[in-house]
Design a protein around this ligand. Structure first.
Ligand code: FB9
Length: 469
């Protein structure tokens, strides 16, 4: 008999039924009751109870008697020596039951006629008390597990044919004032969970970091030069043309004859500062090649955009500014679990008169405090375009360790003076990546779990809000 029929048939003669009493067991029972309930044919409530079944040891006891009963039956009239260890469990349990006694180092029966209580209990588990069941469970004679059963009663639509229930009202019904037999709304049913888009965790990290800059009064720079001239990416930053980072082992070169225009007078001043120095600098004293400066590359840092922006600022009336950028940069480096040939650089800079390294340390403290890393330390470092330069380290509470969180410095006069800035104009700047904080926040070990064709869409869906609190 199928389950639905069994339930409805029993409800015809009983207002309320229990699946436990009727022995109705079906792995789909819950779904069947939900379906009948959604049509108001039945109503039901879920109950739970313990189901006790004989273990292998319990079955052996029912078939062969308990250890204690068999030990008692094995004692002859003359008794057995105390040292007899043929049935230690039976002897111990028989002592506990006061079925045997010891005299002169011999064991004798104390009671002649006894009942094998345990065996009898195992043959009628459903009438045992909680304590009796607990004792049998302690002896591993039974196993118990929690199980659901249902108390079912008739619903408002019980016995009515569900086929003729209407689910729509037509214009004819209204015109003819038809008596409606509408299917009741089932307000308990759950609709299909709507699928919707999800922001990529890296985009969420970018938004959070942008918000930190905006909170601190910074404005965003444009970063629309993925393809950049070596001039803006390196030469304008006073990075020498023979610097190792400028060769193809570290930089992607673009095979194009297209020329990106650079202001001629500025171009000449950059050539001058590299070859002969100026503004107190001895320069690099090298032969600076224009062709090298015009080579097209994929930008290796967003500092190239900072250089463009600073040159633009230098052509207008001076005013202090706080600027930031977050965008992709490209490096021809060997890829590994935490590095790809590109990453997102975050860069912040402040241009004002007479800024000092203490200002840089202070703004970095404020910035990383907003990333929930208030403890930071500085380590002297070298960058071709900043002096002094510092690596930044922060203590990460969650990981309980210090970690490198970025690099920073004061742009050199050899970068700023050729743009046309006065001697007292200073620019403090710092940079970090987007991928590192994202991997730490989302506990990823391989960057391919964050970016690329192997990313798990469920990970994207389930990352939740990106916050630094
Ligand atoms: O992002 C980095 N680490 C980092 C940042 C935030 C963070 O947040 C916490 C969890 C919440 C955790 C870690 N780093 C910079 C440090 C290291 O990861 C480093 O190994 C990798 N660096 C990249 C460069 O690697 C080729 C990160 C990237 C980086 C380094 C320097 C700059 C920008 C990005 C810069 C700069 C700069 C300096 C002076 C003036 C202007 C810009």
């Amino acid at each position: 008999m199928n389950t639905t029929f069994a339930v409805l048939k029993n409800l015809e003669s009983n207002e309320k039924i229990s699946t436990l009493d009727l022995g109705i067991e079906d792995p789909n029972l819950h779904g069947i009751l939900l379906s009948l309930s959604s049509k108001n044919i039945i109503e039901f409530e879920i109950k739970d109870h313990m189901i006790h079944t004989l273990s292998d040891e319990g079955i052996h006891t029912v078939d062969n008697g308990s250890h204690e009963y068999n030990f008692h039956s094995s004692i002859p009239e003359g008794g057995i020596p105390v040292g007899d260890n043929s049935n230690p469990i039976g002897r111990s349990q028989a002592f506990n039951n006061r079925w045997i006694k010891i005299q002169n180092d011999m064991i004798y029966k104390k009671e002649e006629n006894i009942l094998d209580t345990v065996r009898n209990q195992l043959q009628s588990l459903n009438i045992l008390t909680v304590q009796e069941l607990s004792n049998l469970k302690k002896r591993n004679l039974i196993t118990s597990k929690r199980s659901n059963y249902y108390i079912i009663s008739r619903g408002p639509q019980f016995g009515k044919s569900t086929e003729d229930l209407q689910i729509n009202i037509t214009s004819e019904d209204i015109i003819n004032n038809t008596t409606l037999n509408l299917k009741p709304f089932n307000f308990n049913t759950v609709g299909n969970f709507p699928e919707f888009g999800n922001f990529h965790p890296l985009n969420k990290m970018r938004t959070e970091i942008k918000n930190v800059f905006i909170e601190m009064g910074f404005s965003e720079m444009s970063t629309d030069h993925y393809v950049e001239t070596s001039f803006w990416n390196f030469d304008s930053l006073f990075q020498p043309q023979d610097h190792p980072s400028r060769d193809s082992h570290d930089t992607f070169f673009v095979d194009s004859k297209k020329k990106i225009e650079v202001p001629l007078d500025y171009f000449r001043r950059v050539k001058e500062i590299h070859e002969k120095g100026g503004f107190g600098s001895t320069g690099h004293g090298n032969n600076w090649k224009e062709a090298e400066a015009h080579k097209l590359i994929l930008r290796t840092h967003t500092t190239a955009e900072s250089a463009r922006k600073l040159y633009e600022i230098s052509q207008n009336e001076f005013k202090p500014m706080k600027l930031f950028s977050v965008d992709r940069v490209f490096r021809n480096e060997s890829v590994d679990a935490t590095h790809l040939a590109e990453f997102h650089q975050v860069e912040g800079l402040i241009i004002a008169k007479d800024l000092k390294i203490s200002h840089l340390m202070g703004i970095l403290e404020e910035f990383f405090k907003k990333l929930n890393m208030p403890q930071i330390r500085f380590k002297p470092a070298f960058n071709p375009y900043t002096e002094p330069s510092m690596e930044v380290f922060a203590y990460h509470e969650g990981l309980d360790r210090w970690m490198e969180v970025g690099n920073s410095g004061i742009f050199r006069p050899e970068m700023l003076r050729p743009m046309g800035f006065d001697e007292d104009v200073r620019v403090i700047a710092w940079g970090l990546s987007l991928e590192r904080p994202a991997m730490i926040k989302y506990k990823l070990n391989n960057i391919r779990e964050l970016l690329g064709h192997k990313v798990d869409f469920e990970f994207i869906k389930n990352t939740g809000l990106c916050s630094f609190d």
